[in-house]
Design a protein around this ligand. Structure first.
Ligand code: C2E
Ligand code: MG
Ligand code: MG
Ligand code: MG
Length: 292
C-alpha cells in the first residue's frame, strides 16, 4: 500500500501519515552543509484564538522548517528532520530554526504575539538544552512567556524522566510547553498529568473527521475536557473548513491553526505586522465563505 515506484524512493505508513523520504539517500554531509549555509529556514503558520466571542484573533505563529535548496526546490520537514536526528545534526538544525524564529518574533512589531517552535526529543535530552534556550532568549531579547516549545506525544514518551526535568526547568522560567500530535501516541494519563505542559495540540487526524465522524468529535470533546480540568489549553491543528471551525469552537477548543485561516508564510509576513488594530488581527474571510 505505502510503497511507491522509483529507485530508492520509499513511502512509509505510520499511523495514518505517509512520510516520503528523499528520492536519493540524503547524505549527512549534504544536510550539514545546508544547515551551515542557512538553506533551512522557518515559515510561519498563524495560530488563532477562538476562546472568545466573535471572529478569531491572531494569537501567534508556529515556526515550520523548510529547506530551500539553491536549485529552488523546497523540501518539506518530513524529508529531512528524521535524517537530521539520525545523523546527529538535529541539535544544530533545531537551534538554527529556533534562533531564526526568535529573531523574527523580536522583529514583529506586535509585542503580544507568541511563537511555537518544534523540538526533537534528542535536543531536549541533550545536556544543557534548557540553559541554552534561556540564554538565547536573553541574547535575542525575547521574553520566555512568548515562546512555546512543542514536543510530540510520541517523542515525549521516549525519555520521560530525562525530558521531565528539562521541561520543568523551562516551564519554571516562563516558557510554555505544548504536547504536539496529541491523541495518536502512547503517553499515559499519569505522564500527561505530571507534565508541566500548558497546551495539548489535538492531532489533525481527529479534526479532519469532523463534523461527520461522531467518534472524532467525541475524542476532541474529551481531550478538551481533560486539558481544561488539568489547567491546560487546547490547540486544534489542520482546520480546513468553516464547519470544523464552528464545531471546534462549540466543544471549547481554545486555539486553532489550519489552511482555512492561514497557510505557513515567509518571515516578511510577520515583520510587516502590527501594532495591529483589532481589524488587522482578524483572519481574511475564508474563500469557502465567499458570497456568490
Ligand atoms: P506539526 O508540528 O504537527 O506541524 C503541523 C503540520 O501540519 C505542518 O506540516 C503544517 O504545514 C501542516 N498543516 C497546517 N495546517 C494544515 C491544514 O489545514 N491541513 C493540512 N493537511 N496540513 C496542515 P509541515 O510543515 O510539513 O511539518 C511537518 C512536521 O515536521 C511538523 O508537524 C513537525 O513535527 C515537524 N517539524 C517542522 N519543523 C520542525 C522543526 O523545526 N524541528 C523539528 N524537530 N520538527 C519540525
Ligand atoms: Mg508542531
Ligand atoms: Mg502536529
Ligand atoms: Mg498546523
Amino acid at each position: 500500500h505505502a510503497k511507491r515506484s522509483g529507485r530508492d524512493q520509499v513511502a512509509r505508513y505510520d499511523g495514518a501519515a505517509k512520510t516520503s523520504v528523499t528520492p536519493h539517500r540524503l547524505e549527512a554531509e549534504e544536510l550539514r552543509h545546508a544547515i551551515e549555509a542557512g538553506e533551512i529556514t522557518p515559515v510561519y503558520q498563524p495560530v488563532w484564538d477562538i476562546s472568545r466571542e466573535g471572529e478569531p484573533v491572531l494569537h501567534g505563529y508556529e515556526a515550520l522548517a523548510r529547506w530551500r535548496r539553491p536549485d529552488g526546490v523546497l523540501i518539506p520537514p518530513a524529508q529531512f528532520i528524521e535524517r537530521a536526528e539520525t545523523a546527529g545534526l538535529i541539535g544544530a538544525l533545531g537551534r538554527s530554526i529556533f534562533r531564526q524564529a526568535m529573531r523574527h518574533l523580536r522583529g514583529a512589531r506586535d509585542r503580544r504575539l507568541s511563537m511555537a517552535v518544534n523540538v526533537s526529543v534528542r535536543q531536549l535530552v541533550a545536556e544543557g538544552f534548557a540553559d541554552e534556550v534561556l540564554a538565547d532568549l536573553v541574547e535575542i531579547g525575547v521574553e520566555p512567556a512568548r515562546l512555546s516549545l512543542e514536543i510530540t506525544e510520541t517523542q515525549a514518551m521516549e525519555a520521560p524522566e530525562l525530558s521531565l526535568a528539562t521541561l520543568r526547568r523551562l516551564s519554571a522560567a516562563g516558557v510554555s510547553i505544548a504536547i504536539d500530535d496529541f491523541g495518536i501516541g502512547f503517553a499515559s494519563l499519569a505522564y500527561v498529568r505530571d507534565l508541566p505542559a500548558a497546551e495539548l495540540k489535538i492531532d489533525q487526524r481527529f479534526v479532519s473527521g469532523m463534523p461527520d465522524n461522531g467518534k472524532d468529535r467525541a475524542v476532541v470533546r474529551a481531550v478538551v475536557e481533560l486539558a481544561h480540568s488539568l489547567g491546560m489549553r487546547t490547540v486544534a491543528e489542520g482546520v480546513e473548513t468553516p464547519e470544523q471551525l464552528a464545531l471546534l469552537r462549540e466543544v471549547g477548543v481554545d486555539l486553532v491553526q489550519g489552511y482555512l485561516l492561514g497557510r505557513p508564510q515567509p518571515a516578511e509576513a510577520l515583520m510587516n505586522l502590527g501594532p495591529l488594530g483589532e481589524d488587522e488581527r482578524r483572519p481574511p474571510p475564508p474563500r469557502t465563505r465567499a458570497r456568490a
